[in-house]
Design a protein. Structure first.
Length: 150
């Protein structure tokens, strides 16, 4: 019974982020923009980030796709707000490890990210959850290359 209640809570968090996505708006100015696409299911995401003093000052996303991909993007934008590139890279690696079942997140307070941990039960949906995170990883790489000499 406890597992059913937990699954229901996770579904509620994912549906909340899907129906009322956070930061689901294009930015008027940004330092980097990256698009991600999952050809297997058609999920699309475009992330835009603005940096100030080495931290994410603003982040926005535009996208369409399943509830998992869009909720994951919404959660991502809340997770990385105000973080440095190094902190975001650690967060990306943690999320990837969580999706691969390499991290036990039950003993950690990881907020809404925990709702996405249930996706591991459905291997075909893991790419949906990872789409925004791999897109962020690509955006950070591109941004670092772009600003290397600056």
């Amino acid at each position: 019974m406890a597992f059913e209640a937990l699954d229901e809570l996770y579904r509620e968090v994912i549906l909340d982020h899907f129906k009322s996505p956070r930061n689901h708006t294009p930015l008027s100015k940004f330092d980097v923009e990256q698009e991600g696409y999952n050809p297997l299911c058609g999920d699309q995401i475009k992330l835009q980030l603005e940096f100030q003093n080495g931290r994410v000052a603003k982040i926005g996303f535009i996208g369409k796709g399943c509830s998992i991909s869009q909720a994951s993007a919404s959660i991502l934008t809340e997770e990385v707000q105000g973080k440095t590139i190094s902190e975001m890279e650690k967060e990306i690696q943690f999320f990837k490890s969580m999706m691969q079942g390499e991290v036990n997140c039950e003993d950690q307070d990881i907020g809404d990210l925990e709702a996405l941990s249930g996706v591991r039960k459905f291997p075909v949906r893991i790419k949906c959850a990872l789409l925004s995170w791999t897109t962020l990883e690509e955006a950070l790489h591109f941004y670092q290359e772009k600003t290397k000499g600056a």
